[in-house]
Design a protein around this ligand. Structure first.
Ligand SMILES: [Zn+2]
Length: 85
């Protein structure tokens, strides 16, 4: 029998692992394309709505996937540039 290789399926093109600044949990950062955004979300960075058809980011804690958060891309980048205090 052939040696088993790790399964490597790329479902999302740009998955990155990040630390969720809200929960401190290791999380997946996914880019949501405009065509895939069908609902309105509240961005925790600015407490404003992310409208459908808007490209944005979703942060999914690996240990708590129901607790995912949707962020405006610009809010997420701002949050991660600023030092924590
Ligand atoms: Zn925002």
């Amino acid at each position: 029998m052939a040696k088993k290789r790790p399964l490597r399926v790329k479902l999302f093109s740009k998955i990155q692992l990040v630390e969720d600044p809200l929960s401190g949990l290791l999380s997946e950062q996914r880019h949501i394309q405009p065509f895939a955004a069908t609902k309105t979300y509240i961005c925790p960075g600015c407490n404003q709505e992310i409208w459908p058809r808007t490209g944005h980011l979703v942060i999914v804690p690996l240990a708590d996937t129901n607790n995912r958060r949707h962020w405006h891309t610009s809010c997420w980048e701002r949050k991660n540039r600023l030092p924590k205090n």
